[in-house]
Design a protein around this ligand. Sequence first.
Ligand code: GDP
Length: 304
Amino acid sequence: ESLDKGLEKTKSTFLSKLGKAVVGKSKVDDDVLDSLEEILVSSDVGVDTTLRIIDRIEARVSKDKYVGTGELNRILREEIAGLLSETNFGNEVEYSIPKDKKPYVIMVVGVNGVGKTTTIGKLAYQFKKQGLKVVLGAADTFRAAAIEQLQVWAERVDVPIVKQRMGSDPASVAFDTLSSAVNQNADVVIIDTAGRLHNKVNLMNELTKVKRVMQKVVPDTPHEVLLVLDGSTGQNAFEQAKQFTKATEVTALAVTKLDGTAKGGVVIGISDQFKIPVRYIGVGEGMEDLQVFNKIEFVDSFFS
Ligand code: GDP
């Protein structure tokens, strides 16, 4: 239900356009396919992924001759779901962090303004609600505001935070955070990092150093590198995904601000292009407005 709320705009735009495209049609002809292509592109699914979806539908409808509106919806739903299951898209069952890795270390990356701090706060809240002990690390030391904002979230959620002065070495903050988490026997560590894309080599060096230093405390960390993208920026989010995946090994995505945008299709396209699972979606500014992403629910929500 809250998924429907979060994706309301994308869904209503998509469905109303789809309805118009197929009204009075009994066949999936070139007109319908053209409209469908336009609808998917305008939902920010991205051109490449849209074409893959259209190809699948074309291959399928050439077999079936006459197709009613309800039938077309069903085919579309099946083909999008089929495509997504090939792309590592999201979870099919409720996701929870692995229990055999303690502390489970999540390094969060993304450019300023995408909702990184908010996502970390919401995640801390979710984990805490599950009874897990969480420690936050303020390794985005480039901006004083980033440290302060994370502090505000730590207080709101009531979890400990490890921080140093602005301008201090992010790797040193990460080291302190992991050491503190180990001492406290924490279950989850969430480390905020700076995401300055204007210098890719610097970004890469910084993230590599942070990782190397983390591994001195807990081997094989971070367990997750979570890239936060602002879904309402559509194609910009694609571009950021491209830059970050070049700079470091991103293992999961959080796509924020899907409430209030009709560009929700961006999560399909990004997952398809980068083969990185979408783990979470942000659907509001509040503490509760983060959802573990479930691909089946997602596709179903578009067609129900
Ligand atoms: P950061 O610079 O990446 O750390 O971004 P912030 O976490 O400070 O978020 C920037 C703005 O986006 C804030 O006003 C947040 O409240 C807002 N925001 C973050 N996530 C969401 C979301 O899922 N939905 C909406 N509507 N706003 C969000």
